[in-house]
Design a protein around this ligand. Structure first.
Ligand code: ARG
Length: 471
């Protein structure tokens, strides 16, 4: 049993065992909210003074004490006590040690319920901005690689079977757009996290003449929750951030899977810097894409945190419930994992070497121009279904003869359709196959250049948004 006196001990005559306290205390993990908690308390103390709820001297003393704590915290000089339930109790006790009984005034017109909600909102909105910044870094690395190597031709796949050739840059840009949507989700999630629950009290508001708008303004919130019950029990913003993270993880996992495939001997499209790979303790020849595999593997815990949070919320009656304490570890872990994954993958991209010849060779074999043969005939009045059938038969012929389509002679081709003429060889040429896909969003160089411009505009927009949300 902890012999420290609880800050809520008035009506209690028996206390919980130490192991039970250890189970329900959150200080082990919510201490990472300390800086937010102090900032929130400073705003609250200032408002209490301004409203005449406490005296100006008391307000000043509270703020000075809290600022001292913030400075010590920044220097790593604060030690939290495991016996003090959570970060809010810890800060209040530390403040008490520093400024004496005046510390007892800080909690006037406030509950830990609106306090913890406030801290989590501050954490979430900062995480949204920071993750967006890291997503932007990833986009820039992809755009840089596309600028340098984007004109390399590679096989595009469906069902992981070679389908049609595409520009490497086109392939990279697909991820730029995924990350653009992720940034959009972070921005959107931030909007709803950026509403202040402070002043909701335990659940029903307070009898004191507080000014919720003032604390919201000081803390940079865009507004206040209109309903105190909702304010203390809303964890939608956590679910939204977890869901947005889950999609980031899905995108990263898909990208990592491609990196892993491309680095195999079978594909051989890329090489990665040694510093992002590891060797084998037994097989001297091995160089493994460990970071990419690990990030792919991290997806599970990120999805798991989303399901856990949704499940925590389910069936919780209004307003605050201790269940909500379970919002923290999953969200912290999800945010950390996504952010570290983005950071390290961005670094890895800078070491990625493109084996253009291998890509080109792979795109030249396996009948990636078969659609173009069908399109060629269709453009010469053969119904597309018939043209498809003819091209399929030609592929069959090539498979038996061990040839590629462009290696068939014109007479061989004409046995299947009189519509074939000499210009079919240009239609089958790899660069033309790519170059003629000029439809909007297609893989032709001109179209890829156009979407690169669009991506650069999106990058600039994110950059200016980030300037407006800097913590
Ligand atoms: N540690 C708690 C949490 O994370 C803080 C709020 C506690 N409020 C309460 N009434 N027990 O949710």
């Amino acid at each position: 049993m902890s012999n420290r006196k609880k800050l809520w001990s008035g009506r209690f005559s028996e206390s919980a065992s130490e192991s039970l306290e250890d189970f329900w205390n959150s200080i082990g993990f919510d201490q990472r909210l300390a800086a937010f908690d102090i900032r929130g308390s400073i705003a609250h103390a200032r408002m209490l003074g301004a409203q005449g709820i406490i005296s100006a001297e008391e307000s000043t003393a509270l703020i000075a004490g809290l600022e001292g704590l913030a400075a010590d915290l920044a220097e790593g000089k604060i030690e939290f006590a495991r016996g003090d339930e959570d970060i809010h109790m810890n800060i209040e006790r530390l403040l008490h040690e520093r400024i004496g009984p005046a510390a007892g005034k800080l909690h006037t017109a406030r509950s830990r319920n609106d306090q913890v909600a406030l801290d989590m909102h501050m954490f979430a909105r900062e995480a949204c901005a920071e993750t967006a910044r890291l997503l932007l870094g990833m986009q820039k690395a992809l755009l840089k690689l596309a600028a340098e190597q984007g004109d390399a031709v590679m096989p595009g796949y469906t069902h992981l079977q070679r389908a049609q050739p595409v520009l490497f840059g086109h392939h990279l840009l697909a991820y730029v757009w995924m990350f653009q949507r992720d940034i959009g989700r972070m921005q959107d999630c931030r909007k709803r996290a950026n509403i202040s629950p402070l002043g909701a009290g335990a659940l029903a508001g307070t009898t004191f003449p507080i000014d919720r708008e003032a604390t919201a303004r000081e803390l940079g919130f865009e507004g206040i929750y209109p309903n105190s019950l909702d304010a203390v029990s809303d964890r939608d913003f956590a679910v939204e951030l977890l869901a947005a993270n889950a999609l980031v993880a899905a995108h990263l996992s898909r990208f990592c899977e491609e990196i892993i495939l491309w680095m195999t001997g079978e594909f051989g499209f890329i090489a990665l810097g040694d510093s992002y790979c590891t060797g084998s303790s037994m097989m001297p020849q091995k160089k493994n894409p460990d970071l990419a595999e690990l990030v792919r593997g991290k997806t599970g815990r990120i999805y798991g945190a989303l399901i856990a949070m949704l499940t925590v919320l389910k069936g919780t009656p209004l307003a605050y419930n201790k269940d909500f304490q379970e919002d923290k570890e999953g969200l912290f872990d999800s945010v950390d994992t996504v952010q570290k994954s983005l950071f390290h993958l961005t670094g890895m991209l800078a070491t990625l070497r493109v084996k253009r010849d291998a890509m080109h060779a792979a795109a030249s074999k396996g009948f990636l121009n078969a659609t173009d043969v069908a399109d060629y005939l269709a453009a010469r009045n053969v119904p597309f279904r018939a043209a498809h059938e003819i091209a399929g038969k030609l592929v069959r012929l090539c498979l038996d003869a061990g040839k590629e389509l462009h290696e068939l002679t014109l007479p061989e081709l004409q046995k299947f359709s009189a519509a074939f003429a000499d210009d079919v060889y240009a239609a089958m040429d790899l660069n033309n196959v790519v170059g003629r896909r000029t439809s909007a969003g297609g893989t032709a160089p001109a179209q890829v250049a156009m979407q690169t411009n669009q991506a650069e505009i999106a990058v600039a927009e994110t950059e200016s948004w980030l300037k407006t949300v800097a913590p």
